[in-house]
Write a new protein. Structure first.
Length: 264
């Protein structure tokens, strides 16, 4: 299903899959746009920790936090920490969803940009129980103003999503879709991704080197294997919010990790 960007896709998922009071698991820290979409239908959000392998499932005390109706994840490049979910954790999550009848919303933003390792198979491609809704977008790959995204849905959900979609709009702009179709069919999109992957990797190297050489006592940053942004950790007692304000005063746009957390 073609949609007007990934944010509309997330609102559709919330509208179709959840009712007020249903439990939805969110990565914490996690994407604020997904949080807003899930909260818009009255879902009860449960923050789940993220480690070096991705979302922590650890279901021994499930009764205390509630069985989820939906689990939202960004496995290709966790937002905002940048972790790539391991294959083991992906299979564990799929097994959990099959056992509990939970839906998994896989937001695969930034998946086109991998720098050092081969891409890991999407949850949707590993799913054998039809529990995964895959969300993709071209807005970040091309230009933010091009609001075109897409959903890959289990067959059992197609009609429900079509009905929900009709309450929002009929379709994204036809002219935008036609232009994008030509860009893809002519191979220009693939060429653009190859070129920008090289450019973004070089920008990342420059940024990491500058942090190491100019701010060694202030920030700790390492190269990221994926995506178009970098996470840096403060070494002293200054808060991330104070650091963001100081950076903004000097014309640098940064976002504090606290803005992504449900627990703060």
């Amino acid at each position: 299903m073609v949609v007007a960007g990934s944010q509309q896709a997330l609102h559709l998922c919330a509208q179709v899959l959840l009712e007020a009071g249903d439990v939805a698991w969110m990565e914490d820290p996690g994407y604020p746009g997904a949080r807003a979409a899930l909260m818009s239908v009255g879902a009860r959000l449960v923050p789940r920790l993220v480690d070096e392998e991705g979302l922590v499932i650890a279901t021994r005390k499930l009764s205390g936090i509630g069985r989820p109706r939906l689990v939202y994840v960004t496995p290709s490049h966790q937002c905002p920490l940048g972790v790539v979910m391991s294959v083991t954790r992906r299979l564990e999550l799929l097994d959990f969803a099959a056992r509990t009848k939970a839906w998994i919303v896989e937001d695969d933003y930034d998946s086109e940009y991998r720098y050092f390792t081969r891409p890991v198979a999407a949850l949707q491609s590993l799913d054998r129980r039809d529990r995964v809704i895959y969300v993709g977008t071209v807005s970040k790959t091309l230009i933010p103003a091009l609001r075109i995204g897409y959903l890959i849905l289990p067959e059992s959900l197609v009609e429900a999503f079509i009905r929900a979609r009709r309450t929002m709009d009929r379709q994204p702009a036809i002219t935008d879709q036609a232009v994008l179709a030509e860009v893809m069919s002519e191979g220009w999109l693939e060429k653009h991704i190859r070129q920008t992957r090289i450019r973004y990797l070089e920008r990342q190297r420059v940024l990491v080197n500058v942090i190491h050489s100019e701010m060694p006592d202030l920030l700790d940053a390492s190269a990221s294997d994926a995506g178009m942004y970098l996470v840096a950790y403060l070494k002293n007692r200054i808060t991330s919010a104070d650091a963001a304000r100081c950076a903004a005063a000097n014309g640098v746009d940064v976002v504090p990790l606290s803005a992504f957390s449900l627990r703060i």
